[in-house]
Design a protein around this ligand. Structure first.
Ligand code: 5AD
Ligand code: SF4
Length: 451
């Protein structure tokens, strides 16, 4: 759970009469959408880091696992109190749970005034007008296949950010059998190249130096656009237009990692040496049941090709344990895949049944305690591998882009996406420095700036 702005953030000046607080659950796509909502409402509301001072609170939700939904209901319970002390307060729910439940949310949480899905956020000002006009309990959860993501000038709510995200496509056509995303985010829709370039340009002008392109499956970018463009050509255009930035993207589907895309890691100087490549399972039987459309061997082949082109590439992944039908032998295959690939980091989750997905009908559910035990074993192995992977950088000098400062410490990032902590001062934020890596921790490095 994240607030869009924090206490000491430098906010752009705004004379708007209302106070808006946005809480975000879930992925970076949601964080991006939260920024868009703030921008859509900027004429009437300025952001506040204090929930109890807001007259509009929007909770941007995630429904990827059941746990994320529980967190929403517990927060909505707490928000009820604020309505007693502030009668003008309006509460909105946005994002994936909003899309999934629509008007049903009003029954479950009567304190909610409006509900907007991922496309509805672009119609927020109209919805707010209707709400101010006395209409109650409004919901906008339409999902049009021909929807076009409107261009909104990128104005960062937090000035001075070095890193920013740019959505290049939303939705997903893959329908993996465990996943609710295609049901709540709709079909794949790509943004026009010109909008993406314009948005990056505006971010770069504001001082952003590290840009991550976002989408549920960025590799299939361009499918619905009239202009013949695919993901590698988009990367090439960005590389040409902004040669000074660090460029990243997430998330990728292994089946769509083409040789051309792999080649980009060797040929585009802006493209950072990091790829998040969710594998989900190491067992062919489970991959098939998940409808992932690649085999273990095909995944390993892509990793090999990537490392041939770019030997130091950081590879991270997502894994699910306890998918229906996962036997001890299937799980062992996942463990052996971890040892074979040696991921720098892995995000592992217990399978969570999501309403409306194909896997709901699958038999042989794995008991919760078995899932928990497998997750613990997997994390133990991955922690050890991750530490060894990070440890390989010990004693080397890395180019680190400083992102933030807190007291006498600064935090930055390598091109390979390793977070580095070191001593430094505020003036270093946004600067590229050489850092001697002293020590590796779990998921971060400790270093000293060298001059
Ligand atoms: N249960 C558990 N994990 C899931 N993910 C997606 N759907 C589910 C689910 N039903 C995980 C996948 C995906 C990541 C974003 O969340 O690993 O890559
Ligand atoms: Fe979900 Fe699969 Fe689409 Fe990823 S590719 S968002 S896991 S359906």
């Amino acid at each position: 759970m994240k607030s869009l702005v924090r206490e000491n953030d430098k906010l752009p000046w705004s004379s708007a009469p209302g106070r808006l607080h946005i809480v975000t659950f879930g992925c970076q796509m949601n964080e991006y959408d939260s920024q868009r909502m703030a921008q859509m409402l900027m004429a009437s509301y300025c952001l506040t880091p204090y929930m109890d001072q807001a007259d509009l609170i929007i909770v941007n939700t995630c429904s990827i696992r059941e746990k994320a939904e529980h967190k929403l209901y517990s927060l909505l319970g707490r928000l009820k109190r604020f309505k007693c002390s502030n009668p003008v307060l309006k509460i909105g729910v946005a994002g994936c749970v909003a899309q999934q439940l629509g008007a049903k949310l009003f029954q479950r949480a009567p304190q909610v005034d409006f509900v907007v899905g991922p496309q509805g956020i672009y119609r927020l000002p109209m919805l707010m007008e209707r709400l101010q006009g006395g209409n109650d309990r409004l919901h906008d959860t339409g999902l049009q296949g021909d929807f076009q993501i409107p261009y909104i000038d990128a104005l960062l709510p937090r000035k001075g950010d070095v890193r920013a995200f740019v959505t290049i496509m939303q939705g997903c056509d893959n329908y993996c059998t465990y996943c609710i995303v295609p049901l709540v985010r709709g079909r794949e829709i790509s943004r026009p190249v010109e909008d993406i370039l314009r948005e990056i340009g505006s971010l770069v002008e504001q001082g952003v130096k590290d840009v991550t392109l976002l989408g549920q499956n960025v590799n299939s970018y361009g499918k619905n656009l009239s202009k013949c463009v695919d993901f590698p050509s988009l990367l090439l255009e960005i590389d040409r237009a902004f040669p000074g930035i660090r460029l990243r993207f997430t998330t990728s589907h292994p089946k769509d990692i083409s040789d051309r895309l792999i080649g980009c890691f060797g040929s585009l100087s802006t493209l950072c040496e990091h790829l998040h490549l969710p594998v989900q399972s190491g067992s062919d039987r489970i991959l098939k049941r998940m409808k992932r459309r690649y085999s273990r061997a095909q995944y390993l082949e892509k990793v090999k090709k990537l490392r041939n082109v770019c030997p130091d590439i950081t590879i991270t992944t997502d894994l699910i344990v306890g998918f229906p039908g996962e036997t001890e032998e299937d799980f062992r295959q996942t463990m052996s895949l971890l040892e074979e690939v040696r991921f720098d980091q892995a995000f592992a989750f217990k399978y969570s049944e999501r309403p409306g997905t194909a896997a709901v009908r699958f038999q042989e559910k794995v008991p919760e305690e078995v899932k928990s035990r497998r997750l613990t074993r997997l994390l133990k192995l991955q922690n050890q591998i991750g530490l060894e992977q990070y440890g390989r950088l010990q004693g080397s000098v890395c180019k680190v882009l400083i992102e933030s400062c807190s007291g006498p410490k600064v935090t930055g990032r390598t091109r390979g996406n390793h977070v580095v902590n070191m001593e430094g001062r505020e003036g270093l934020v946004g600067r590229l420095v050489n850092v001697y890596i002293e020590r590796a921790c779990h998921h971060s490095l400790i270093g000293t700036i060298i001059h």
